[in-house]
Design a protein around this ligand. Structure first.
Ligand code: EPZ
Length: 419
């Protein structure tokens, strides 16, 4: 397994181009199953999670071509059972259920296991499908959803921990071909949900309210092919803003949507960092004496859970006592034990990390556990004395396109060691 060696202490400056959003591209690629016609998707990031999704589409019978950032899909005839050996690698594969149910009135996917950030149930997805007239059966680790016909329905998709992003995506992708009107209450409002809705509308779907808590869908008979460019990855953007805060003199992000990262930039400005934003670029200036923060993760437009680990790394060396409360994945603190190995002073009390900023972090061998925790360890390595060796770096390659190369281009000193 490859590993990454981060040599701490470099100052970062210059500009970096943000890739297309992983969490937008995944459901949009699944949505290409909704039509027999050709779909062309631009700005698809080159990530292992995307590779798995393309494998799943191909295994379902779609013709899939990739030419650098553009993916062409033609799902002329499709099977309805997603292959376990691929699905087990990526729980987001669950988002093929909706389009297959919408088009073929049945779909079978192996149940997504849990993962290190916590349990990953799909009860809300199934509740939404039931409201459209579908039934489901779970056997031998697979979930099969099926319906004689799909009829529009009203449902509330809020769970005990808030709205569901992929649940909203899945139900939307089934409802666009259901007969009649569907109303999704307590829908997720993430920009990636809006991007999916815009792609579905380009395919001929009738959707209103994407980006709000109430989405209204008028079913249509069929959808046609479409061309679409994926929005910039707001979590990659947030990660590079934190890199600029931690080690920057001045770092500029290109091809970013500032409106998608307001909750993150508000917190960086509150800590004392200066950020300039224009239409599709942002610049962050390093700050010698940042202030401690109290923050809590929330559904969009609140502070994103996918930025929680990165802020733990930032606040580890911010003087004073900071707290981060995780309300979406309460167990999402695998990075804390690794940051403590580097000298961070973090105590966990339930779903709250209490961080007492320390003067210095020291490089150490650490273990990546999930996508965003890995990014946090790279960020911690940038500000540590000595070398931080990050093992199991495949986690980071799932969600960040060439992060070591992009950081080195800004002045970091990061080596990737082939195992
Ligand atoms: C999406 O996951 C993202 N993944 C996650 O990003 C992100 O952390 C998450 O949304 C929250 O923003 C993709 O888009 C591929 P949820 P998703 O359904 O949709 C509970 C990353 O790092 N829940 O919004 O799977 C669930 O347990 C990844 O890029 C139910 O109870 O998350 C969680 O506590 C990690 N029942 C909360 O809701 C359900 O049926 C939010 O989960 C579904 C979810």
């Amino acid at each position: 397994m490859d590993k990454i060696l981060v040599h701490g202490g470099s100052k970062l400056s210059g500009s970096v181009t943000i890739s297309g959003s992983k969490n937008s591209a995944l459901p949009i690629l699944a949505a290409t199953l909704l039509t027999r016609e050709e779909c062309v998707i631009h700005r698809v990031p080159d990530l292992s999670d995307i590779h798995y999704m393309l494998q799943i589409l191909a295994s379902l019978g779609a013709e899939v071509e990739r030419a650098s950032g553009t993916v062409t899909v033609r799902a002329d005839a499709v099977k309805t059972v997603a292959p376990y050996e691929i699905v087990r690698k990526m729980r987001a594969s669950v988002c093929v259920l909706g389009p297959l149910l919408g088009r073929e009135k049945e779909a079978t996917v192996s149940l997504p296991g849990g993962c290190v950030i916590g349990d990953r149930p799909i009860d809300l997805h199934l509740k939404g499908f039931e409201a459209l007239g579908a039934q489901h059966r779970i056997d031998a680790g697979n979930v099969k959803v099926f319906a004689s016909e799909l009829r529009g329905g009203t449902m509330n998709l809020r769970g005990k921990l808030g709205p569901t992003v992929l649940g909203t995506d899945n139900v939307m992708m089934a409802a666009v071909l259901a007969e009649g009107t569907t109303v999704i209450e307590s829908a997720a409002a993430e920009p990636e949900v809006v991007d999916l809705a815009n792609f579905l509308i380009a395919m001929g779907a009738k959707i209103e309210g994407a980006g709000t808590r109430r989405i209204i869908i008028e079913g249509v008979k069929e959808l046609h092919g479409a061309e679409h460019s994926v929005i910039p990855d707001r979590i990659e953007a947030g990660t590079f803003l934190v890199a600029g805060a931690i080690a920057g003199t001045e770092v500029t992000l290109r091809r970013v949507n500032p409106e998608h990262v307001v909750a993150v930039t508000d917190k960086l400005v509150e800590a004392g960092y200066r950020i300039e934003s224009q239409r599709d670029r942002m610049t962050i200036h390093g700050n010698g004496d940042p202030k401690a923060l109290q923050l809590m993760t929330e559904p969009f437009p609140g502070f994103p859970t996918d930025m929680q680990a990165q802020f733990c790394a930032l606040l580890s060396r911010t003087s004073g006592n900071s707290t981060i409360t995780e309300t979406i994945f309460p167990q999402r603190f695998m990075h804390v034990s690794e940051l403590k190995r580097m000298g961070a002073n973090i105590q966990l009390e339930g779903a709250t990390a209490i961080i007492a900023g320390v003067e210095r972090l020291s490089g150490a061998p650490v273990m990546a556990s999930d996508l965003r925790a890995s990014a946090a360890l790279v960020l911690a390595g940038l500000q540590a004395e000595g070398v931080t060796e990050i093992n199991r770096v495949y986690h980071i390659d799932r969600g960040y396109e060439l992060i070591d190369e992009k950081l080195n281009a800004l002045g970091a000193h990061i080596e990737r060691v082939k195992a």
